[in-house]
Ligand binder design. Structure first.
Ligand code: UD1
Length: 437
C-alpha cells in the first residue's frame, strides 16, 4: 500500500517503492557545500512565464519534486517546457488552457500561483482549491480578495476557484491577513495586476526575497513594478509582456538548514552561494545561541566552538525569522542546554515534528502555538516519520546529531524542497543512505 498521506495540498504521492533515509549519527560535518536556487522563488517565476507567448529562460532552477510538478502544470496548460541542468526553457503557446486541475494542484499548494498569471493573460482561470495541509489550515481568502478588487468575478464551483473578468483594472489592495502578509497571495495579485489597466497598489505586501525575485523577473518581462521587497508594491499595468531570462536567487531555507547541520553536529561548514542579507534573523538567533559565523564573500562559514545556549524563537513574516526554519531550529534547541520557547506566529499548528523529536529522546511540550523545549544531552536514533517538507529536514538534522541509527520514512517530503540533499550531506562527511520502506 502506498503510505503517502491522503490529505491534499502539501503532499507528493510517490508511486512504486517508497524510500526512507537512514542516518548513522554522531559525525561532525565539515567541508564546503553549495546552496541551490530557491524553490519558493522558482515556482512563482515558472508560473509567471504564462504571462507571455515569448520564450523565457530561467537559470538556477533546483531539480526537485515541486519544480517538476510545476513543469507538469505548465505543460498541462499548453506550454512547452525543457528542463536540463538547472535551466528551464519555456516556449509557446498562443492557445493556453485556463484550467489547472485538481490532480496537479493537490500535490503542491504552490500550484495555486498559476491563478494570477492565467487571469492576467486570459482574463479567465479555473484553478483547483489546494485543500488542507498537515501544517494547518491554509486559506486562500487573501488571493481571492486581491483578484476580486482587480475586477474579477470569483466563484467556488466543485472545489475550483473560477475567476472571470472582462478586463482587469488597477486597484488599491490591502492584503494583510490575520497572520500578516501572504507570500503567494502577493505573488498572485502582482501577476494579475501587471497586465491590468492602470495602477495597482498592494499594501501589506509580503516582503520575502522570493517575492522580490518574482518582481525582478516580471520587470525583465516588461512589467512596471516599484517597491517590491517592501510592504507597499506599486504596479503600473502594461499591455503585454515579453520573454525574459533570469537567474533564481539562492535558497535561504536550504542555507539555514545547512547552518544548523553544522551546529547540531558540532562541525564547521563553509556554505557557498548564499545571500546572507536574506538570513539576518537566523544569523542573529544562532549567534545569540553561541555559534561562530563569518561571511567570506558570497558564503557563510558556521562553526561550533562551545556548547550552545537555549534561545527563544518567534517566527514572523520576513524580515523576521521564517516559519520554514522553525522545525530545524527546534531540532537544534532540543540538544542545547537550558529551556527555550518556540512560538509559531505563521502556522500555529505547525508542530507535527514535536512527537517525532520526542521519540528520539527530546523533551518538548506543545502548548498552543508554543513549544517548550528542555534541552537534553544527546538524542538517540529511532525510526521516525516525516510529515511535511521542513519537518523532514528537522528529523534529518536530529538524526545527524543522534547516537545510533535513525530512519526517516516518507522521505519524499524532503525531496520536495532540498536538491541533492543526500549527496550534499555525504560530501560533508555524514553517514546517510537510502532504504526501502
Ligand atoms: C509561502 C511559502 C511557504 C512558507 C509560507 C510562509 C511558497 C511556495 N511557500 O507559502 O514555504 O511557509 O509562505 O512564509 O512560497 N493566509 C491567509 N489567507 C490567505 C493566504 C494565507 O490567512 O489567503 C495565512 C496563512 O494561513 C498563514 C499566513 O497567511 O498563516 C502566511 O501564509 P502565506 O504567506 O500565504 O504562505 P504561502 O504563500 O502559502
Amino acid at each position: 500500500m502506498d503510505p503517502a498521506p491522503l490529505m491534499g495540498g502539501c503532499h507528493k504521492e510517490r508511486k512504486g517503492g517508497v524510500d526512507k533515509l537512514a542516518i548513522e549519527g554522531g559525525v561532525k560535518l565539515k567541508g564546503e557545500v553549495t546552496v541551490s536556487g530557491a524553490k519558493n522563488a522558482a515556482l512563482p517565476i515558472m508560473a509567471a512565464t504564462l504571462l507571455t507567448d515569448d520564450a523565457c529562460v530561467i537559470k538556477g532552477v533546483p531539480f526537485l519534486r515541486d519544480t517538476n510538478t510545476m513543469v507538469k502544470i505548465l505543460r498541462s496548460l499548453g506550454k512547452n517546457v525543457e528542463f536540463e541542468n538547472g535551466v528551464l526553457t519555456v516556449t509557446g503557446s498562443k492557445k493556453l488552457n485556463h484550467v489547472a486541475d485538481y490532480k496537479l494542484v493537490s500535490t503542491m499548494r504552490a500550484s495555486f500561483c498559476v491563478l494570477g498569471p492565467l487571469l492576467g493573460k486570459l482574463k479567465k482561470a479555473k484553478v483547483s482549491l489546494p485543500g488542507g495541509c498537515v501544517i494547518g489550515n491554509r486559506p486562500v481568502d487573501l488571493h481571492l480578495k486581491g483578484i476580486k478588487l482587480l475586477g474579477a468575478d470569483v466563484d467556488i464551483d466543485s472545489g475550483y476557484v473560477v475567476a472571470n473578468a472582462d478586463r482587469l483594472k488597477g486597484a488599491h489592495i490591502y492584503l494583510g491577513g490575520v497572520y500578516g502578509s501572504s507570500v503567494l497571495a502577493t505573488d498572485n495579485v502582482m501577476m494579475a495586476a501587471v497586465l491590468a489597466q492602470g495602477k495597482t497598489v498592494v499594501e501589506s505586501a509580503a516582503c520575502e526575497p522570493e517575492v522580490a525575485d518574482l518582481a525582478e523577473f516580471l520587470i525583465k518581462m516588461g512589467a512596471k513594478i516599484r517597491g517590491h521587497g517592501t510592504p507597499i508594491i506599486e504596479i503600473e499595468g502594461v499591455k503585454r509582456l515579453h520573454g525574459a531570462s533570469h537567474t533564481i536567487i539562492s535558497d535561504r531555507i536550504e542555507a539555514g538548514t545547512l547552518m544548523i547541520a553544522a551546529l547540531i553536529t558540532r562541525g564547521d561548514i563553509l556554505i557557498k552561494n548564499v545571500n546572507f542579507k536574506h538570513l539576518g534573523a537566523l544569523i542573529d538567533k544562532l549567534e545569540e545561541a553561541g555559534a561562530v559565523i563569518t561571511k567570506p564573500d558570497d558564503s557563510i562559514r558556521v562553526r561550533y566552538s562551545k556548547p550552545l545556549r537555549a534561545v527563544n524563537v518567534t517566527t514572523l513574516p520576513y524580515p523576521g525569522l521564517p516559519t520554514d526554519m522553525q522545525a530545524q531550529l527546534m531540532a537544534l534547541m532540543s540538544v542545547t542546554s537550558g529551556t527555550s520557547v518556540i512560538t509559531e506566529k505563521i502556522y500555529p499548528d505547525r508542530f507535527v515534528h514535536v512527537a517525532e523529536l520526542n521519540r528520539m529522546g527530546a523533551n518538548i511540550q506543545k502548548e498552543g502555538p508554543h513549544a517548550i523545549i528542555q534541552g537534553v544531552d544527546v538524542l538517540s536514533g529511532a525510526p521516525v516519520m516525516a510529515s511535511d517538507l521542513r519537518a523532514s529536514a528537522c528529523l534529518v538534522l536530529a538524526g545527524l546529531a543522534a547516537r545510533g541509527k535513525t530512519t526517516v520514512s516518507r522521505i519524499y517530503h524532503l525531496e520536495r524542497g532540498y536538491e541533492n540533499v543526500e549527496e550534499k550531506l555525504k560530501k560533508l562527511g555524514a553517514r546517510v543512505w537510502r532504504e526501502k520502506e
